[in-house]
Write a protein that binds this ligand. Sequence first.
Ligand code: HEC
Length: 227
Amino acid sequence: MGAIIALSPAITPAQKAVYNSWGPGKYDPRFNIDGKNTPLVLPPAYGLARVRNETYTAEGPVSYWNAYVAVTQMHGQGNFSDPRLGIDIRQTPDLVGPKLPALRAYQHSLEAPAPPAGSFDSDAAHRGRAVFKGSCAPCHVGGSGTDNNSGVLHAAAETGMDGAYALRTTNKAYRTTPLRGLWQHPPYFHDGSAASLEAVVAHYNTVRHLNLSAAQQRDLVQYLKSL
Ligand code: HEC
């Protein structure tokens, strides 16, 4: 995305350098608003039907985010207002708002892809599920879910994350990411700081002092691959 925007003749060389620095699969949806630069991994577009708030920092439901992107990022002609951000854009006619319900219905129809046959060890995944229940399920509610559906957010330190992006947002905290089709979309965490599911598990084992054995960590990885 950044490399495409960097082709624009309308931006300065300094902006161009930032856009070119993001690399594939990353985007900073606030850079053109606040000038800061902490790019995010593009989140998966599927499995949104059971998610109350979209984005890593739970800005709002998916149509809120669609309008934000359409108007403030793509410069589509339409309305986007959020007093929390000090943004109030109104354009007539609004060509964005009327398209949002159909777009949301389509997005909600996209289910997370099932793991390919033979891509994980099901006995180990079964054991890993018990590890998950003890160490992860309080936040990742119901296995693949998120406690954000009941409004909870987490300070960056709770999961050992870099807090810089959250500090640029209204909520200043991260939403528990719903776990869907994980096998399909490394790297993990908002900033891509874990390259693999093994790295995710090792990260939590350290920052949350879980004391999981090597075998438990392997089983947990197999469970995550099964989601
Ligand atoms: C205190 C709440 C909490 C606990 C406990 C927790 N998580 Fe998370 N999890 C989060 C939050 C918040 C994020 C989003 C972090 C970010 O990207 O900044 C997240 C993100 C993730 C992601 C990244 C998903 C993606 O698509 O990028 C994975 C994978 C994950 N957690 C797995 C686990 C596992 C496995 C455990 C147990 C060892 C666990 N989590 C325990 C809150 C929690």
